[in-house]
Design a protein around this ligand. Structure first.
Ligand SMILES: [Zn+2]
Length: 225
């Protein structure tokens, strides 16, 4: 706890005084984040740090396994964060950010997880489709590390599908006001891969080239001609 207390003292003593005006403006004008990022709660995966964003830039929701439960009658923190970001804040982009060495993905592969951590096991059921894909559609005898990485990547794609079941997201895509992104952060190299919805593959994010998982499809909404 000592390092946290020291951090607070440093923020209040030397950082905040130089940023006072920026913070006061953020209160005066309100927040206008450009994107919602749903990332893993893993302490090594900080969306603000990875993107070098400052206060007010990103609306962030973090949980074990960067999971988005499908829209249902059960109201939860993730679904309310999505709805608020889209409807109240008008974000234009939503990112699901997975990562390497993810403990939640390791948990998914452990059959006895429910005995030790029943809440985690119940939560990770929202990622079961990713685990089934890797078990049944990937080659048998894969290297365990490759398998773990494949699971984390497939999980990002599964959570993107869940995201589209949320009414506010579905409407944003139909109106052409929202884009969805799937990212994978490789902790050991600092690389950031993004899911390209047109090819179904992850590729590195290059300057001025941000792959999109799903672009808005406004088109003609009158489907029945
Ligand atoms: Zn994780």
């Amino acid at each position: 706890m000592n390092s946290i207390i020291q951090g607070i003292a440093s923020f209040q003593g030397s950082v905040f005084p130089g940023q006072r005006q920026m913070y006061q403006q953020l209160v005066r004008d309100g927040q206008h984040p450009s994107a919602l990022i749903i990332a893993c709660a893993d302490s090594r995966v900080s969306p603000e740090h990875i993107t070098q964003a400052g206060p007010g830039d990103l609306f962030v929701c973090r949980n074990a396994g960067n999971i988005v439960p499908p829209a249902s009658d059960v109201v939860g923190g993730v679904s309310s964060a999505i709805e608020y970001a889209v409807v109240a804040l008008g974000v234009r982009d939503i990112v699901i950010c997975g990562h390497s060495d993810c403990g939640a993905m390791s948990g998914l592969m452990k059959p006895d997880l429910a005995k030790k951590m029943p809440s985690v096991a119940a939560w990770l059921r929202h990622a079961e489709a990713a685990e089934r894909i890797v078990c049944e559609a990937y080659p048998e005898g894969m290297d365990p590390q490759e398998r773990h990485r494949a699971l984390a990547l497939e999980n990002v794609v599964v959570q993107l599908a869940h995201l589209r079941t949320h009414p506010s997201v579905a409407v944003g895509l139909a109106k052409g006001s929202l884009r969805l992104h799937g990212w994978f952060f490789e902790i050991e190299s600092g690389a950031l891969l993004a899911y390209d919805g047109t090819t179904g593959r992850f590729r590195p994010i290059a300057e001025a080239d941000m792959p999109v998982a799903q672009s808005p499809l406004p088109g003609d909404r009158m489907r029945a001609a």
